[in-house]
Design a protein around this ligand. Structure first.
Ligand SMILES: Nc1nc2c(ncn2[C@@H]2O[C@H](COP(=O)(O)OP(=O)(O)O[C@H]3O[C@H](CO)[C@@H](O)[C@H](O)[C@@H]3O)[C@@H](O)[C@H]2O)c(=O)[nH]1
Length: 531
């Protein structure tokens, strides 16, 4: 009896196991058949946007997603999590953010040689899962950012071939040129990377380029096949120069994070929330609005505190430091050593002028570097060591939420770009952001910078730290009423409103991201669709 029971139990277990295996096989077959679905069966008006990085730190791809969704496309954004994306992506109903998973924690403790193959397999399978299964019907378009090229260009090439999705490659830069920053040009890895990028990047439905220089180079070198469109970075419409009220609101919000920087203690002018911030204050109407000193000891709960009615709108306070800003991903193609040297020299120059007491004076500089990235900690450690001795300069690093970032730029007095381009063929998007916020820029010179910055017209161009510190001195002497800075700001205002920005044949007008996208990309993606 016991033997019969045991045989029955085994049979039942076998049936359950067989059932599960059949179920699993059917699922694999289903996935397999979906994969080989006829090419014509993709869903019109859908796009999968692939970013092999933190979606929230990929502004250009987020702007693409917003534009596709606003043009009626179901938009899947596939990439990694980390930073909060721009508000539009959370607001628009047609956008779905699909986050790729990181490899399991247990694998992350493996040594790099063992981890690397696992990481690649994990990455490839999770991208395929998103493109083949979760995106539902095959998307009409797959838009992929390059770099990185490996493995994404090969994956989208394969998926495009099998499922009929039209591949659009957005050439931000050249992947192999970034590898050349670390390895010699003749290194085997560089050769493989270049071959991979040229092979899988050659044919696409459309190629988008961030510069004309990039288009000309790739068309000539790799003989690209497909539509070719230069889509310069442009700022979103809502980027603007900020009013004193907006600056006041932002710096009131930043009061808590700012109070955590030890280096800022005793550096910024005193302020009392919500009446004043290091950059702004409100004068009670009883006091003259032309008085220049900050409000001294406004205690909101004291009997002498001004009442709501007699508080005036905020104004920029005359004793504020000059707010200089640089934004970055802290990657090796930006040499922050140049900025550090310039700040060192500025500190010395400002001290000399103050001691000479001859009427010429430089203001304090609050240098804010926004952004996250690999070299941040190393540079900040060095900066903190140096600034322990400084009186005229402070440098802080911060990350701002997407909605605060343009307000911060719109509150600043001067921008700095240290972008030097590994390929010599991409442009600093930060400068585009700054121009959108009416912020004049000092930009490090490199090959194709004149496609964006015209020395003396919309910014100043420098080649080394000595030239940068001279530009600081030129623009900031007698700050906050600096004629040179005002003149550059006015000239930038005109350049971004009336004049063409490109030195090239296209005579392109300055405009917003939307206007540019609708003018250049929309006709190509809506081709063949009746609107
Ligand atoms: N939300 C937020 N965004 C920030 C912050 N700081 C920087 N950013 C974002 O980070 C960008 C700067 O990152 P980089 O990686 O330094 O970009 P880039 O050199 O200026 O431009 C490169 O990337 C662009 C596309 O992402 C390319 O189009 C361009 O050609 C170039 O390759 C800024 O434009 C901004 O969108 C911050 O505090 N908060």
């Amino acid at each position: 009896m016991t033997t019969v029971n045991s045989v029955e139990n085994h049979t039942t277990i076998f049936h359950i196991a067989a059932g599960l295996v059949c179920l699993w096989l059917s699922y694999r077959l289903f996935v397999f058949l979906r994969f080989f679905r006829p090419k014509s069966e993709h869903s019109l008006r859908s796009v999968a946007i692939l970013v092999l990085g933190d979606i929230g730190r990929s502004p250009r791809m987020m702007y693409h997603a917003e534009s596709f969704a606003e043009n009626g496309f179901m938009t899947y954004v596939i990439g990694y999590g980390g930073s909060k994306p721009i508000p539009a992506l959370e607001r628009l109903p047609k956008v779905e953010l699909r986050y790729l998973s990181e490899p399991p924690a247990i694998l992350r403790s493996l040594p790099f040689v063992l981890l690397a193959p696992f990481k690649i397999i994990h990455q490839v399978t999770s991208i395929l899962r998103e493109l083949l299964i979760h995106a539902g019907e095959p998307p009409e378009y797959i838009l992929v950012q390059n770099p990185p090229s490996i493995p994404t260009l090969a994956i989208v090439w394969l998926v495009g071939k099998i499922r009929g999705s039209k591949v659009i490659i957005d050439w931000h830069n050249l992947g192999y040129s970034i590898l050349e920053l670390k390895l010699p040009k003749t290194h085997l890895y560089v050769k493989i990377a270049k071959w991979f990028e040229a092979t899988f990047g050659k044919v696409a439905y459309a190629h988008l380029f961030v510069t004309e220089a990039m288009r000309d180079f790739l068309v000539k070198e790799w003989n690209l096949v497909g539509e070719k469109v230069v889509l310069h970075d442009r700022p979103p419409k809502h980027f603007h120069r900020c009013s004193a009220q907006e600056i006041h609101d932002l710096f009131t919000k930043l009061q808590t994070p700012f109070s955590q920087y030890k280096s800022l203690q005793n550096f910024l002018p005193e302020s009392t929330t919500p009446f004043s911030t290091p950059l702004t204050d409100r004068k009670p109407s009883s006091e003259s609005s032309t008085a220049t000193s900050p409000i001294p000891d406004l205690d909101p709960i004291s009997a002498t505190a001004p009442t709501y009615e007699n508080i005036q709108p905020p104004r920029l306070r005359p004793d504020r430091p000059a707010l200089v800003v640089s934004s970055t991903s802290w990657t090796p193609d930006e040499d922050f050593g140049i900025l550090l040297d310039a700040l060192k020299q500025y500190e010395q120059r400002a001290r000399e002028l103050s001691e000479a007491n001859n009427g010429k004076k430089l203001p304090k500089i609050l240098m804010a570097v926004t952004g996250k990235g690999p070299q941040r900690d190393e540079y900040m450690k060095e900066i903190n060591r140096l600034q322990a001795e400084w009186h005229w300069v402070r440098c802080i690093s911060l990350w701002l939420e997407a909605e605060d970032y343009p307000i911060f730029l719109g509150s600043a007095d001067l921008g700095v770009s240290l972008h030097s381009s590994s390929s010599g063929r991409d442009l600093p998007m930060k400068v585009v952001d700054m121009f959108g916020c009416g912020l004049p820029v000092c930009a490090l010179n490199f090959e194709c910078l004149p496609e964006l910055v015209k020395d003396g017209r919309n910014g100043l161009v420098f080649n080394n730290s000595e030239e940068l510190v001279k530009q600081f001195e030129l623009l900031l002497t007698s700050f906050p009423s600096s004629e040179r800075l005002d003149a550059l700001r006015t000239s930038l205002y005109h350049a971004t409103r009336s004049l063409e920005v490109s030195q090239s044949s296209s005579n392109e007008q300055w405009c917003s991201w939307d206007e540019n996208w609708n003018r250049r990309l929309k006709p190509i993606i809506l081709r063949g669709i009746r609107v």
